[in-house]
Every structure is written in structure tokens, then in C-alpha cells.
Design a protein around this ligand. Structure first.
Ligand code: ZN
Length: 352
């Protein structure tokens, strides 16, 4: 329904396509959207620029119960289809590939298996939406057009704020193998830029709630597979609270649909800022966009905490209560079994 409305927002300066990625087992369509700016003219340079824009790949709602993820996606989509100068600038900067609902059967039926544990080897018959979304990502990588950013929108039933899980090889080595010579490990810290930007411009987003550790238990999630197999360095899960915030402008308040939509729009603004930061010479930002951006930044709460992730409370104990400070992979398995027997961990709390 919302996709029909979105299609009707289509103006001549917007390149908008809605395709059926695949059919599900339940006979529902899984859609993929393409949004970018139409080239200004048919001259060679314009067409080249149009074709060479970096890809941003977004998805949402792999977990049926996480309705808030769809509100964030709605905010993103409506921002991308809007007539604002920032939206136009964003469309001119990137090609967006978006799968707004990765699990239509689950959303319609209200149940199903956890498709976010099927990304390593999705079965084309049993997990068609994951199989074909991964296929599209593999295709982009094969034609040397690996997306700049991948983000899968989720909702979190217990933690507060909006935050991201990302992938850091260095932090993962640090946290999982104390004897590793991790000090020598070099790593491009570019994966931190987008969450840091979001913590500055989006009032609900909290940097200190983010985590960049890759756990064994998460190896078949979208975030980790897209990072490891497809090679997207900026690969994230973005979790939006189902509760409220404990920091910033919304501290102490329950989060609502308006705030979730705002988060989706601010995510877009963050991508524009990422573009400016990562290509300072190649991209000229008109001054009025900077003013708009500054307004957005000033109107939002600044997060001052220097912490980048909180070890003790970074994920709910859903079969994965792991003490990162002293473990081997065998210990992780033991801890997982221990978690099985702990009644506190039996809640069906999905994360990532
Ligand atoms: Zn989820």
C-alpha cells in the first residue's frame, strides 16, 4: 500500500523503479526499489555520472514483529522521494537499492523462522527473499559495483535508543582472542563514520550503544555476510528501540512513529554528510545545503560519550551470552549451552 503511494510521489527528476525481486513461499511478492536522480541531460558526462554513482543498499523487516523498523524505512523512503534540495542532492550522489520488507510471509502470518540466520547459505526454495537479495548484492560485487553502505533496519525490544551493529575485524580479534597480536592489526576505521554522524544529527541515535564486534553466533546475519562475503566495509544492522531513549532530546520518553520516521530521514541526511566527508575535493556542497545541515545538527542533541560500545550490555542474551574478555570458540559454545538453561535467556528476543 505504501509502495503505491510512494510511486505516486514520483516526479520527473526522480528515477524510481519498483520491481518484484521474487515470490515467497506464501505467494507474496518481495519488492526491490531503485531510487536515484534522473540524469540532467543525455550528454556523455551526465550519463557517466548517473551510471557511476555509488550504491547504497537498504533492507528492513526480516523479523516480522519489528514494526518499528518499517516506520524507520517509511521515513527513509519518503525523504528519498521528497522534493527537498537535500533529497535531490542525495539522489544525485547515490543509487539506492532498497528491499523494504525482507519477510512478507512472516509479516502477514505473524511467525516463521529467523531469516536473519540464513544469509550464509540461503535455500532458494525455503528462503527466496534472502537468496535473491544476496544474489543481487553478489551481482553488484561481480560487476565491480559493491555498495558503499549496506544497512538492515531492525527493532529492539529491550534496549533503548537507536544504534548500530557494525563489523570491525580488530575489535573482534581483541574481544575473542586475548593472545592475538592485535596491536599490529591495521584497520580502516571508516565503518565508524556513519554511526558517528548519526549520533550528531539524529536525536534518538546513541553512539555509545553501538557495537562493532562480530560474534560467532551472528555469522549468518545479513550484516556479517554482506561484510565478509560481499566486501561491504560499512555493513550495519540499525536497531531502533521499541521502548524509548535514555539520552538526548527524547530522554525518558516513549518513542513514537514520528520519531522513528525522523530517524529514517536523518539516516539519509547522514549519508549525504558521509559523501561530503569521504570525498572532500570531489564533491562540492552548495552552501545552502550546509546551512540546512547545520540547522539539523544544532536542533539535535549532541552525544558526548566517548565510548564506542558497551561490552556488558551490547546485545540481549539470546543464546549468546558470551564473556568476550576470556574465551576461545569452545568457551563460546559452552556459554551458549549454559544460556540455554538459563530461564532469563528463554525470552524470544531477537537481535540483529
Ligand atoms: Zn531484528
Amino acid at each position: 500500500m505504501h509502495l503505491q503511494k510512494l510511486g505516486s510521489m514520483h516526479s520527473p527528476q526522480i528515477y524510481y523503479r519498483q520491481d518484484v525481486l521474487c515470490e515467497t513461499l506464501g505467494g507474496n511478492s518481495c519488492h526491490v526499489l531503485t531510487i536515484t536522480a534522473m540524469p540532467e541531460s543525455k550528454c556523455y558526462e551526465q550519463i557517466c555520472q548517473f551510471r557511476n554513482r555509488p550504491y547504497i543498499f537498504l533492507s528492513a523487516r526480516v523479523h516480522p514483529g519489528e514494526t518499528n523498523a518499517s516506520w524507520v524505512m517509511k521515513g527513509t523512503l519518503e525523504f528519498l522521494m521528497s522534493n527537498s534540495p537535500m533529497a535531490q542532492s542525495l539522489r544525485e550522489s547515490y543509487i539506492f537499492k532498497i528491499v523494504p520488507m525482507l519477510n512478507p510471509d512472516g509479516v502477514i502470518n505473524g511467525n516463521g523462522e529467523d531469516l536473519n540466520r540464513q544469509w550464509q547459505s540461503p535455500n532458494p526454495d525455503l528462503h527466496p527473499t534472502i537468496y535473491h537479495t544476496k544474489g543481487l548484492l553478489q551481482y553488484l560485487a561481480a560487476i565491480q559495483r559493491t555498495p558503499l553502505v549496506y544497512c538492515d533496519y531492525h527493532g529492539h525490544s529491550r534496549k533503548k535508543n537507536v544504534f548500530m551493529y557494525g563489523c570491525s575485524i580488530k575489535e573482534t580479534v581483541w574481544q575473542t582472542n586475548v593472545s592475538a597480536t592485535s596491536c599490529e592489526l591495521q584497520e580502516d576505521l571508516g565503518y565508524r563514520t556513519l554511526p558517528r554522524i548519526l549520533s550528531q544529527i539524529a536525536p534518538a541515535f546513541c553512539m555509545s550503544s553501538c557495537s562493532f564486534v562480530v560474534e560467532k553466533s551472528k555469522e549468518s546475519t545479513a550484516r556479517v555476510v554482506v561484510w565478509r562475503e560481499i566486501g561491504v566495509q560499512k555493513s550495519y544492522t540499525m536497531e531502533s528501540t521499541l521502548c524509548g531513549c535514555d539520552q538526548g532530546k527524547y530522554k525518558g520518553l516513549q518513542i513514537g512513529t514520528k520519531e522513528l520516521e525522523e530517524m529514517g530521514a536523518k539516516f539519509c541526511v547522514g549519508l549525504l554528510r558521509l559523501k561530503r566527508l569521504t570525498s572532500p575535493t570531489g564533491y562540492k556542497h552548495p552552501s545552502h545545503f550546509l546551512d540546512l545541515e547545520n540547522d539539523l545538527i544544532e536542533s539535535s542533541c549532541k552525544v558526548t560519550s566517548p565510548t564506542t560500545y558497551v561490552l556488558d550490555d551490547d546485545e540481549p542474551p539470546f543464546l549468546e551470552e558470551v564473556d568476550y574478555s576470556a574465551e576461545s570458540n569452545e568457551d563460546a559454545d559452552v556459554n551458549e549451552n549454559a544460556a540455554d538453561n538459563d530461564p532469563c535467556t528463554q525470552e524470544a528476543v531477537l537481535s540483529d
